[in-house]
Every structure is written in C-alpha cells, then in structure tokens.
Design a protein around this ligand. Structure first.
Ligand code: NIG
Ligand code: FE
Length: 407
C-alpha cells in the first residue's frame, strides 16, 4: 500500500533533530509518503520527490497531522465498575480508606477473578476501540487485578490476545504487586514469593510481559519489598516501571533509578532531591494528572520543575476503574497545561516521542523516514488548538502501521 498524505497545514514530526522553534519538529504545508507499514518521506509538499499518481492520496484538508498517540500507563483490562466508590468519595470517603476497608482495588480484583477470558476480551476490545477513536495507536496495559497466579496470567493472556486481534499495539506489564491480596494480609512474604517464583516463571516461559510494575505505597508495597520484586523481574527479562510517590513519599524514585527503570509513574509527592536524581538518569517520568483530578487531590505532580531540570516527562491516562475512569488523551493534555503548567509542545511530546521511548518503541511517536506509519489527522487548524478546545475528540483519521483504520 502506497499512501500520500497531502495538504497538511502543520506536520508535527516530533523529530527533535529538525531545527525549528516550536520543539515539535514542525513542517508547514507538508506531505508524508507511506509505503507498506512505514514512512518513506516527509517534508514540504512542494518538494515532494515522487509522482503523485503512483499513490493513494489522502487530503488532510489543511489540518494538523502528528504521530499516533502512545498511552504508556493504563489498567485497561478489568471487569466491573466502581461508580459506588465514586459516589462514596463525593460524600467524604477517601481512596485510601475505601481500599483499607477492603473495597477499591479489592473490589475490581473480585470482579476480574470472576470474569472469563471472553468477557475480558470483549470489554477490552471496546476500550481499545475508544482509544483508537481518540488517536491512540499504542497502549501499555498492566495486569494487577488478579493477585493470584491464575487471574494474573488470564489478564496478561487477554492483553496478548487484544494485541493480536486489534489494530492498537498493546505493550503488556506485569503488576502482580498491585496490592496485597486479602488472603495474604497476614503472610505478605508468602504472596511476594509466589510473585517472584511461580508467576514470573510462567510469564517468562510464555513471553507474557515486557515490564514489571509495583505499587509502592502505604497499604500496598514497601520499597524493600519492591526491590525484591523488581530484582526478580529483571532476572526474568522484565524491566521495571513503577507506581511511586503518589499519595505518600516513600523513596521509590531512588530505587527506580538504581535499577534503571523504564519509568516512574505518578510523582505527586516527589521531592526536589528526587528530581535531581531523576534528572541524572534515563528514567522517564510519567505523570497522570487525570488520577490527581479524579481523586480530587490538589498536589499535581511538579511537571514544570521536572521538565526544567531536564527530566524526560510523559503523560498518560492511567485508565482504570478506581482512580481515573477515562481514556481520553486530549483531556489529559489540557490538565497537563492548566494544572501542571506544561506548555502546548510539552504535552504533545508527552503523548508521543517520550512515552514511546519509555516503552522501548523508538520506531513510533515520531514522523520520520524509516519509522512506523502510525499517524493521526486532527480536525484543528493549528497545534495550539489541541489542548485549548478541551473535552473534544479532535481525531479525523487514524493510520496504523500504514493502514487507514479510522476516517
Ligand atoms: O494508578 N495506584 C494504583 N493503581 C491505580 C489505581 C487502580 C485502581 O484504583 O483500581 C493507579 O491510580
Ligand atoms: Fe496506575
């Protein structure tokens, strides 16, 4: 398949080696050439190096074109929903109290244990359709609502199946260490031992996860426990990406940097000292302002300080039934701007090139020769409108791996 996208008002390549003053690798009056699954050329339309007649032409109609979005932190596979918890929080209960009382994540664990694979695949497909409709072409999905071998594996097999049958690419992460399951409340070491032996060896044998996550938090896992889990994860071929410093500051960032984690996620309670340590590392900060908003917290992660210190900073939705029941990337971008002081180019990079790098997918999140043709056409006249017109889905068309999948 040979495709020419022409009549692009602004092409946001995210190719940061291109000299321009937007920080988006912006080319105005641009065109892109695609052959099979990849991009073979992009540039000014009047410098097009081929004969148009040989290509199927897509007219961008003077709109903005950018890489398909990458959502690098989701809990997209789950059963049931938690609107009762949402309503209880409105009447004063906190997320931590609900969890400590056996609700919250425990509730989703029991629904997910009770669901069969077909049910999880059906709801997963619906959610992936929503992601693709909103321009997301790669999504990370965590397990973590099983907390027993059978269901953790069932979740990861669901993620693998979704990757096979849906056009969105799925990157699987093992989060067996989400919270301590109720059955092991008084014997947490035994559960951790099951994670690091039985669960991880099955995952390794069947290639079910690329990354290993731990929720480091009061009421979840300590830093010492997380160290045991991620060491075992690394031995089993899974790089860590960690939930850290969300509700309480517990020194998770230092651990993540010592173990060369792919990312540290949340960071609402990160300190200045940690920011310096992160800045000296390759670890990507993934900020989840949708969760801060949905939990009605006022301490958004310090995106400005992180970026100004030189930390690679991404955004993600954190889609999950408890702390952030949305999969809308454009809404998260607006929260990034308004609640965390990020600029428009920063939120656009934060949903493309940086999350792609943190998932070890350097073939995407960027429009350049030789990269994967994951491209979205947005119904806006210029890039500043993307976070400005908030609550709106701007997607006009989506091309995934060189194929038009939404138009
Ligand atoms: O990223 N913090 C832990 N995990 C999720 C919430 C999961 C849930 O509440 O179901 C998060 O916010
Ligand atoms: Fe999360």
């Amino acid at each position: 398949m040979k495709i020419l996208i022409q009549n692009i008002s602004e092409l946001l390549t995210m190719d940061l080696t291109r000299p321009d003053n937007t920080g988006l690798g912006l080319i105005s009056n641009a065109a892109v050439l695609i052959e099979n699954t990849g991009i073979i050329w992009c540039g000014k339309e009047d410098e097009l190096p081929v004969n148009r007649a040989c290509y199927e032409v897509i007219d961008a109609a003077g709109k903005v074109v950018m890489p398909g979005l990458v959502d690098a932190h989701t809990h997209l596979v789950f059963a049931g929903s938690r609107e009762n918890e949402f309503a209880a929080r409105l009447e004063g209960a906190t997320y931590e109290e609900i969890l400590a009382a056996g609700g919250g994540i425990h509730y989703t664990v029991s629904s997910t244990r009770g669901a069969d694979v077909e049910e999880l695949i059906a709801s997963g497909l619906n959610r992936l359709d929503f992601c693709l409709d909103h321009g997301v072409t790669t999504v990370e999905i965590k397990s973590g609502y099983g907390l027993e071998k059978e269901t953790e594996i069932k979740m990861l097999r669901t993620a693998k199946k979704l990757d096979e049958i849906h056009s969105v690419d799925v990157v699987p992460t093992f989060l067996g260490a989400h919270i301590i399951p109720k059955e092991f409340r008084d014997s947490r070491e035994r559960y951790i031992n099951i994670i690091t032996t039985e669960m991880m060896s099955e995952i390794k044998d069947h290639g079910l996860a690329e990354f290993c996550d731990v929720f480091i938090e009061n009421g979840a896992y300590t830093v010492d426990e997380a160290e045991k889990i991620i060491s075992a994860g690394i031995e089993n071929g899974m790089q860590p990406r960690l939930h850290v410093e969300q509700l309480n500051h517990l020194e998770g960032v230092k651990l993540a940097v010592r173990y060369n984690a792919a990312s540290v996620d949340h960071l609402e309670t990160i300190t200045g000292e940690d920011i310096e340590i992160l800045a000296g590392s390759d670890v990507t900060a993934i900020l989840l302002p949708g969760a801060t908003f949905f939990l009605r917290m006022s301490n958004y992660a310090p995106a400005r300080q992180l970026i100004d210190s030189g930390v690679k900073t991404a955004l993600a939705t954190d889609l999950n039934p408890g702390s952030c029941m949305t999969a809308m990337p454009f809404l998260i971008m607006t929260l990034g701007c308004l609640q965390m002081g990020m600029t428009v180019p920063e939120v656009l990079r934060a949903f493309t090139i940086y999350p792609a790098e943190s998932l070890n997918r350097t073939d995407r999140g960027i429009i350049a020769e030789g990269k994967l043709a994951d491209i979205i056409i947005l119904d806006v006249d210029n890039y500043k409108m993307i976070p400005y017109m908030f609550g709106r889905n701007h997607v006009a068309s989506v091309i995934k791996s060189g194929k038009v999948v939404r138009k």
